[in-house]
Write a new protein. Structure first.
Length: 200
């Protein structure tokens, strides 16, 4: 049987993006291109044929990362329980800060690849506003809570990226638990005590 060169090329490209995304997330964006090719089990020439510059590769890795964030927000907006939607979004945001630190530094920092995702960041911000507004109207959060209050909490979570990975996960979990406890209404709309929120 003959191989399809176009299919092989597309498979190689997807594999390179997958390897690069994992490497950048864990080790940062300065990992040598040659090392990415080695981990993918492909030649450097193959890597540069698909991604002539490091920015091209970072952009492709970020595209997959942003697609995951976009799917998370769609799921949250479709969640009928207002508290579960908001708290789940905060949980997932925190998990991504620990798991995908290099990609987040690129996306929210000054890396030139981030410019392609400006509209995605704005859409995510609008989605968070909707989640906070819905939770407030449902009585799921403290009266007077604003989206800016939530963003301050998210900013605090981001600072934990600088910790060593083994410490970042535990510290981030504690911070998220404190943040959610501070956001939640003392009682849910049915009058029952709201359980202490925790990262799954």
């Amino acid at each position: 049987m003959t191989r399809n060169p176009r299919t092989d090329a597309e498979n190689n490209r997807r594999h390179l993006v997958s390897v690069a995304r994992a490497a950048f997330a864990d080790e940062g964006l300065e990992l040598p291109m040659r090392e990415i090719a080695r981990r993918a089990g492909l030649g450097v020439a193959t890597l540069y044929r698909h991604f002539p510059t490091r920015t091209d590769l970072v952009t492709a890795a970020l595209a997959e990362h942003v697609a995951g964030c976009r799917a998370d927000m769609r799921a949250a907006l479709a969640e009928p329980d207002a508290w579960r939607a908001l708290s789940g979004t905060i949980n997932r945001f925190a998990q991504r800060q620990v798991r995908d630190r290099g990609l987040n530094e690129a996306l929210f920092g000054s890396h030139e690849a981030a410019a392609a995702f400006a509209e995605d960041r704005r859409a995510h911000a609008r989605g968070l506003e909707q989640l906070v507004d819905r939770a407030r109207r449902a009585g799921a959060v403290r009266a007077g809570l604003s989206v800016e209050d939530v963003r301050v909490g998210l900013t605090a979570i981001v600072t934990f990226r600088a910790l060593r990975p083994e410490k970042a996960a535990a510290s981030t979990q504690r911070l998220v638990n404190l943040l959610l406890a501070g956001l939640a209404a003392e009682r849910d709309p049915a009058g029952d005590e709201r359980p202490s929120p925790r990262i799954p």
